[in-house]
Ligand binder design. Structure first.
Ligand code: ADP
Length: 464
């Protein structure tokens, strides 16, 4: 990636633009403030000087007589109006053309300031004030007059030029230093981003064990932690998927092997019709097992993809479990197990009746499958706070405590050989948990080896 397209570059450019605007505004502000205050103090000094001259008659007389000693760079002039013309009584001390309006304004009693340029191109700041001399023996002095005092602005101009020169050098220099500092800081701050990108590139689909090693407490540290958590989730999901695929192929291979062996054996030579029937029965049994396995795998795949369609209605759980216990009566009877319908009541929840039936049937199926002859399977329903609790209890083989945390995992079997022999797929409880959770509920198990198990399904009641 070229530097021009990097965030570092954009950061630095924006930072420089903002800094340049700030420094430019600040410099202009300093220039105007200084120039205003310098001119104001010049105007004040001109006012002081005019007051001083007006209040000391000998000074005026010396101007009149041409003996007045001006200070360096100073201009002092005296004008009178005779009624028909303007007369300058002091010797001309400035080679600049003054506007008559400026002088007449003072003669008419109004002081004013003006800036003029003399013939040498030098700027002069002038103040015109009205005066009344009234010196006996000096006929003009009884007429209205104007005193003009002025000073060259050279010093102010020099100071302002000096300031401009300094700013013209200092501002670009400050911007250059800021640019260098900005690039350095941006590079340092964004270094973890390169690290994150590099690790992300190194991570491959088959090896998600790598993690980003950025341990700062800032935003990038948090980003790295979030990405690490995401990679962890992906790793677990990939692992689960791999496990699921290998378990699924393993589960499908067993019935397929039986079908293959059974059919090739039947085809080897002519056999009596009874043998063919037996082979076909075995093949049909294994096919059923395969199709139920595939059906369950599809359910879980839909669950993973979030594509399950739920047909939600108001379901009376009391009625549902009464019907289910009647349905399993036959199965229990076949195995010599007692089926009991315990306490029940009319509790209504919002749910998909077919999927709830599947959930309870799976649990009842397991209870019957893992309970030996002469055992008991019972089903009951009661209410706890805002939840309906369906409990399916058996007096079967029970589940070892160390196995309980895993029995809801896909393809997990506590006793592998027995479960398969009993026709189990290892997916039933995973589907049960999925259905319970999709209804906003949960499933719990309590079990003791040799005593029996109780599976409790908690489902939120319909709030009216
Ligand atoms: P399976 O099809 O193998 O029964 P499940 O997911 O339904 O698969 O159950 C997972 C495992 O939990 C079973 O293999 C079995 O070992 C154990 N299990 C489930 N229900 C019971 C039960 N009622 N009594 C004893 N063990 C059970």
């Amino acid at each position: 990636m070229s530097f021009i397209h990097s965030i570092k570059f954009r950061f630095t450019i924006w930072y420089l633009i903002v800094l340049a605007i700030l420094l430019g505004t600040l410099s202009a502000g300093v220039y105007f403030y200084l120039s205003r205050s310098l001119y104001r103090s010049l105007d004040n000094s001109l006012e002081l000087r005019s007051n001083q001259i007006c209040s000391v008659p000998p000074l005026l007389e010396s101007i009149w007589s041409g003996e007045f000693q001006e200070k360096l760079g100073e201009v002092v002039m005296l004008y009178f109006y005779t009624g028909s013309q303007l007369v300058e009584v002091s010797p001309p001390s400035v080679n600049a053309s003054l506007s008559h309006q400026f002088i007449y304004q003072a003669i008419n009693g109004r002081s004013s300031f003006a800036t003029v340029e003399d013939t040498e191109g030098q700027q002069l700041r002038l103040l015109a004030v009205p005066i009344h001399l009234g010196i006996p023996g000096m006929p003009l002095s009884t007429q209205p007059g104007a005193l003009i005092v002025g000073r060259s602005t050279r010093q102010i101009d020099q100071a302002l030029h000096g300031l401009v020169r300094t700013l013209v050098i200092a501002v670009p220099l400050a911007l250059a230093v800021a640019a260098g500092g900005g690039i350095f800081l941006a590079r340092r701050a964004l270094k973890p981003v390169d690290k994150i990108a590099q690790t992300a590139q190194e991570i491959e689909e088959n090896d998600l064990s790598q993690r980003i090693n950025v341990n700062t407490r800032d935003e990038l540290g948090r980003l790295a932690a979030t990405l690490n958590a995401m990679i962890g989730r992906l790793e677990r999901a990939f692992r689960r998927q791999k496990q699921f695929t290998s378990d699924a192929s393993h589960e499908l291979r067993a019935p397929l092997a039986v079908i293959e062996a059974e059919s090739s054996l039947a085809l080897q030579k002519e056999r009596p019709p009874g043998d063919y029937r037996q082979s076909l029965e075995t093949i049909s049994q294994e096919s059923k097992r395969m199709s139920s396995l595939i059906e369950q795998m599809l359910t879980l795949a839909r669950a993973d993809a979030g594509k399950e369609q739920w047909n939600l209605t108001e379901v009376n759980l009391g009625r549902l479990i009464t019907a289910l216990s009647a349905d399993v009566e036959v199965l229990c009877h076949e195995k010599g197990i007692t089926c009991q319908l315990g306490q029940t009541q009319d509790l209504v929840i919002k749910g998909d009746e077919a999927r709830l039936r599947e959930l309870f049937m799976n649990l009842l199926d397991n209870a019957i499958r893992y309970t030996p002859t002469a055992g008991t399977v019972s089903i009951s329903l009661h209410r706890e706070a805002q939840m309906a609790v369906v409990a399916i209890t058996d007096t079967g083989v029970g589940i070892p405590a160390e196995e309980i945390p895993f029995i809801f995992e896909r393809f997990y079997r506590a006793d592998k050989s027995r479960s398969r022999a009993e026709g189990g797929t290892g997916l039933g409880l995973a589907i049960c948990r999925y259905i319970a959770e999709a209804h906003g509920g949960k499933i719990e198990v309590e079990s003791q080896v040799g005593v029996g198990s109780t599976f409790s399904v908690w489902l939120p009641l319909l709030s009216l």
